[in-house]
Design a protein around this ligand. Structure first.
Ligand SMILES: O=P(O)(O)OC[C@H]1O[C@](O)(COP(=O)(O)O)[C@@H](O)[C@@H]1O
Ligand SMILES: [Mg+2]
Ligand SMILES: [Mg+2]
Length: 332
């Protein structure tokens, strides 16, 4: 058994699917550790339906998960790397969405990468099984391949964490992340896109950057790993906020991250850890993705910080384009 599920009382099909995901996690951790010895996992391959260039590891991971889930209770397999939903077997009761390899720009620089997964009960058809509210997920989580390989997941009753013991190849349960700390002054955003952002996001970040001299009256720190799993792991561990807003670049009107494969499962985890996750204003878990590969703006972290971003969206236009010291948000 590659995953310690003792005491969790998961239904057998779900437990089996989780165990298979963990087995692939063990295999991928070993493959990733050997990158450069006899293969180059960052080598360019095709282009996926979302328009992203695929790397060798994107394809290896996708095939490994699909193969491992054959013969499990997973009927429908929806992957960021596949054009359409794949039916693995007609009898299964589960539908699994996956970003097989998240953070692919980090493969060749030895920085944390991961896998994000989301499990639903099957609905009437393949697409219907995924085009639904994230609040209907049975499970959501990620595997992180970093200095440690971990699985962090929720089954709707808090967050559970496992660490891979490299000596035994077993993911051992460790104490779960506690509720997100509220007072962390870290934000994560790709600030190189500043000029493309909508005014409320610019205003929010301007006020963080203004630090102790600005309206927030304190200094902030910024982090950007460019792996959603790594940002999530940090925020689950020590709080903060993540933003990937929509912006004015062509193709980025709804941001970069995929609703089904990335945002819904991370939103499920974060809310189970006492955090909040929105598209900037509305909860992600209540939103309906309009298509399989749909993107959505994504903001998550400590609830008060996420609510603050929403408050900036409610400001009148002249205030978000104004300098911070004239914004009504801070005058009362
Ligand atoms: O390069 P950018 O625009 O900062 O985007 C980084 C984001 O893109 C992603 O790498 C997208 O995931 P993929 O690697 O699965 O395409 C996220 O993990 C990360 O948050
Ligand atoms: Mg990704
Ligand atoms: Mg990916």
């Amino acid at each position: 058994m590659s995953l310690d599920l003792q005491g969790l009382a998961l239904p057998q099909p779900l437990g089996d699917a989780m165990t298979r995901l963990a087995q692939v996690g063990v295999t991928l951790a070993r493959i990733i550790a050997r990158n450069g010895i006899d293969t180059n996992l960052a080598e360019a391959r095709g282009v996926n339906i979302g328009g992203d260039g695929q790397k060798a590891l994107d394809v290896i991971a996708d095939e490994a998960f699909m193969d491992a889930l054959m013969g499990s209770a997973v009927r429908y397999y929806a992957s960021e790397e596949q054009d359409d939903v794949v039916e693995l077997q007609p009898e299964g009761s589960l539908a699994l969405a996956i970003d097989p390899l998240d953070g692919s720009s980090n493969i060749d620089v030895n920085v944390s990468i991961g896998t994000i997964f989301s499990i639903f009960p099957v609905a009437e058809g393949p697409n219907e099984s995924f085009l639904r509210k994230g609040s209907e997920q049975l499970a959501g989580g990620y595997i992180i391949f970093g200095p440690q390989c971990c699985i962090v997941a929720t089954f709707g009753d808090g967050v559970i964490q496992w660490v891979l013991d490299p000596d035994t190849g077993v993911f051992e349960r460790v104490p779960s992340p506690r509720s997100l700390p509220e007072d962390t002054t870290e934000y994560a955003i790709n600030a190189s896109n500043y000029r493309h952002w909508p005014h409320p996001i610019r205003a929010f970040i301007d006020d963080c950057v203004a630090g102790a001299e600005g309206p927030r009256g304190k200094n902030f720190n910024m982090r950007w790993v460019a792996s959603l799993v790594a940002e999530t792991h940090r925020i689950l561990t020590r709080g903060g906020i993540f933003l990937y807003p929509g912006d004015q670049r062509k193709g980025y009107e709804r941001g970069r991250l995929r609703h089904v494969y990335e945002c819904a499962p991370i939103a499920f985890l974060i809310t189970q850890a006492g955090g909040a996750a929105t598209d900037g204003a509305e909860p992600i878990l209540e939103a309906l993705p309009e298509k399989l590969h749909a993107r959505t703006p994504f903001v998550f972290g400590s609830p008060a910080k996420v609510a603050r971003v929403a408050a900036y969206h409610d400001l009148p236009e002249e205030e978000t384009s104004a300098l911070f010291n004239t914004r009504g948000l801070f005058r009362s």
